[in-house]
Design a protein around this ligand. Structure first.
Ligand code: ZN
Length: 698
């Protein structure tokens, strides 16, 4: 499961601001009848009968007949056990006839198809029995993987091949690269170490997981303060339980500065209850990295990434911070001037001011609240627009599929195929796009089946699930999208298309199964499309009148939305540097002091004493050491956009290049090699920085 970098960051742009949507009474007239079948389907909820205990004709989840009822997960897992056992025997046999990397990929396929589907169903299924049996299967698969990770004969069979660079059948570069990736994963679990150290690795891994999950949970908990601590004048703005004021977020959009300041100070109050699991997680990660032979956790997880080492990541962030300064200083001056228009006595900008003032400045520049345009972007028009865009650049299109031959986990899931010009199905995307009372997952993307070449020459198509949290259609009005949601849809579709268009030999490296800084490139580049007036004007279509928005008007909105990028990038740099330092080569102690020092060095604003921002930095667990990926992927995407698509975002020639040189390889080749082939040039760290700085020039 891959959470998006953009969807859960505190202090980063909120993607799901609750805009008040004007609900017009629908006027379905002539124009509405001309929606394409795809657009019409996404403008209403799918009409799918949900699995019911009384329904005798159950087809099974994803059409898998084993999964017609919750107990099926047990059999599904048993199948994987038997298959894994057979493959381990084959890999370690002295008379095997297949290459080890092929057998490992089969093994990975057998485990992933259960583990990934179980994880998806555990998170998304509304039926508690299904969710519980999926959780059991998921945990059984973890045990199985842990067991395989201790299998020395299996490890030795792989290591021998990687060291020799040859096997029973000829190997090419891809075979060798993927075999090495398997070995890297194996050694990350400490299999190459002596028994005592290997046991220590298992123990440390378990501690990191437990502390990380506790931290993840606690970092979103609200803070309670005695009601007397908050001035009476602003009390009505907060939730109260009678005795306490309860503050569960930064309230950074609040127009009243005193409210924003109080929320900032209370929400970020230092709290041992949050700090302890964070410290525990970081300390154990540090010792784990040392134990398996790396100088730091960051170094351990960056070897197969675009930048390739913790040192290069540091160089990227340092250079970026240095070069951004003049740009964010002018952003800051503009915001302070704006603040003075509201409060002539204001002398400084504070961290709690930025989001509110940036939103205000952007709507002034665009002459409007961006949310006023939502009626022009019903979900159906956006999906249809994406399909036409992909047809234009990749020569593929979406078709809405009938899902009556399978059970789904909720009634409002759309099944979508991606098809070639010859109508061949290249992959399937299950779109679970709407909020539901029983759905609590953040926006994310699950791989259900990885793409891979099969022995008979055919291709095992990729299947993914896209889970988002949009407002469902109601009273005949489709889901209407604001610009942040359109960015978010394009971003997630970028991940999905990485899977759909990947044609990797091995499923271990299908689509998004690659380093985070590389996996975020195809999704981030889609945000360049979604913020281009030429693309948006093609998509826009009023849900009732059918009218489109003119490109000139959208140009103004898009330019306003790009304002203050330098300030945003500088804040992201501070967070990325903090993440690197916390996962660096010196054991992190006194986290708040480290952060305060980094804040003084990198932040555009003064540090606010007695606040503890790291305790709210939830990304530190799932993205530990990888938070810089957001900035690096944006830099690479900016470079690719500039060289391939900026002149013509609908260019088939540019799309072909991007698809052939980058998307089709998934993670099957070193990331920097794929970027270099796409750009026909190997970019340096300075050039990555330059590409990002370019984005700050509106
Ligand atoms: Zn993403």
């Amino acid at each position: 499961m891959r959470y998006t970098l953009r969807s859960t960051g505190i202090l980063s742009r909120s993607l799901h601001r609750c805009a008040v949507v004007a609900r017009y009474s629908p006027q379905f007239g002539r124009s509405v009848a001309t929606w394409t079948p795809l657009a019409a389907a996404f403008n209403r909820k799918p009409e799918k009968k949900l699995f019911s205990i009384f329904n005798r004709q159950r087809k099974g989840l994803f059409g898998n007949s084993l999964l017609g009822d919750p107990s099926g997960f047990y059999l599904f897992k048993e199948q994987a056990d038997i298959e894994a056992d057979r493959l381990v025997r084959e890999a370690t046999s002295s008379i095997r006839t297949r290459n080890v990397v092929e057998i490992f990929d089969d093994l990975s396929n057998a485990l992933c198809r259960v583990a990934d589907m179980a994880e998806c169903i555990r998170v998304l299924h509304g039926d508690s029995q299904f969710a519980a049996s999926a959780e059991e299967a998921s945990s059984a698969m973890n045990d199985l993987v842990e067991n395989l990770n201790t299998n020395r004969p299996l490890y030795m069979a792989l290591k021998k091949v990687v060291d020799a660079g040859q096997d029973v059948k000829p190997m090419d570069d891809i075979d060798r690269y993927v075999a090495r990736l398997f070995l890297v994963d194996f050694e990350a679990a400490g299999i190459h170490l002596e028994e005592r150290k290997r046991k220590e690795v298992v123990k440390l891994n378990a501690k990191v997981l437990a502390a990380g999950m506790t931290f993840s949970r606690r970092c979103y908990e609200p803070h309670y303060v005695d009601a007397g601590m908050i001035p009476d004048a602003i009390k009505p703005y907060f939730h109260s339980d009678g005795k306490h004021i309860v503050i569960g977020n930064l309230m950074s959009d609040a127009p009243n500065e005193a409210v924003r300041e109080a929320a900032y100070r209370v929400f970020l109050m230092p709290d041992q209850h949050q700090l302890e699991p964070l410290q525990e997680m970081l300390t154990n990660r540090f010792h784990l990295a040392k134990l398996v032979g790396f100088s730091s956790h960051s170094d351990r997880i960056s070897r197969e990434s675009v930048l390739g080492s913790a040192g290069k990541i540091e160089q990227f962030l340092e250079t970026l911070s240095h070069n951004l300064r003049p740009h964010w200083e002018s952003n800051k001056k503009e915001l302070l001037d704006l603040k003075r228009q509201e409060n002539p006595r204001a002398t400084s900008l504070y961290p709690w001011d930025t989001t509110y003032l940036m939103t205000l400045a952007r709507s002034r520049d665009a002459d409007t609240e961006a949310s006023q345009y939502m009626s022009y972007f019903p979900l159906g028009a956006c999906m249809d627009g994406l399909s036409r865009l992909f047809e234009s650049i990749y020569d593929v299109h979406f078709v809405i599929e009938d899902a009556s031959d399978e059970d789904l986990w909720a009634a409002d899931v759309y099944k979508l195929s991606v098809r070639s010009a010859e109508d061949e199905v290249l992959g399937l995307i299950y779109c679970d796009l709407y909020q539901r009372p029983d759905k609590s997952s953040p926006d994310c993307h699950f791989s259900i089946q990885g793409g891979r070449r099969l022995p008979d020459g055919s291709y095992q198509i990729p299947k993914v699930v896209l889970s988002l949290n949009y407002e469902p259609p109601q009273s005949g009005v489709p889901c209407l999208m604001n610009f942040d949601q359109i960015d978010n849809l394009f971003h997630e579709m970028g991940h999905a298309m990485h899977s759909m268009l990947g044609r990797t030999r091995y499923q271990h490296v299908t689509g998004t199964r690659t380093s985070t800084d590389f996996a975020e490139i195809p999704s981030t580049i889609m945000e360049y499309f979604s913020s281009d007036p030429r693309v948006l004007s093609q998509i826009s279509r009023h849900y009732a009148s059918g009218e489109a928005l003119p490109e000139s008007l959208l140009g103004k909105v898009c330019a306003a939305r790009r304002k203050f990028s330098a300030l945003d990038f500088q804040l992201q740099t501070l967070y990325a540097v903090t993440d690197q330092r916390f996962h660096g080569s010196v054991e992190p102690k006194d986290l708040l002091k480290i952060f305060a020092d980094l804040h003084d060095e990198y932040a555009p604003f003064k540090y606010v004493p007695n606040t503890a921002w790291p305790t709210r930095f939830g990304h530190l667990f799932p993205y530990g050491g990888r938070y810089y990926s957001y900035l690096l992927a944006r830099a690479v995407a900016s470079d690719i956009w500039g060289k391939l698509f900026k002149a013509d975002p609908f260019s088939r020639e540019a799309g072909r290049k991007f698809r052939d040189h980058l998307l089709s390889h998934g993670g099957g080749r070193p990331p920097l090699e794929l970027i270099s082939n796409t750009l026909e040039h190997t970019p340096t760290v300075d050039e990555f920085v330059e590409a990002l700085i370019d984005q700050t020039k509106v």
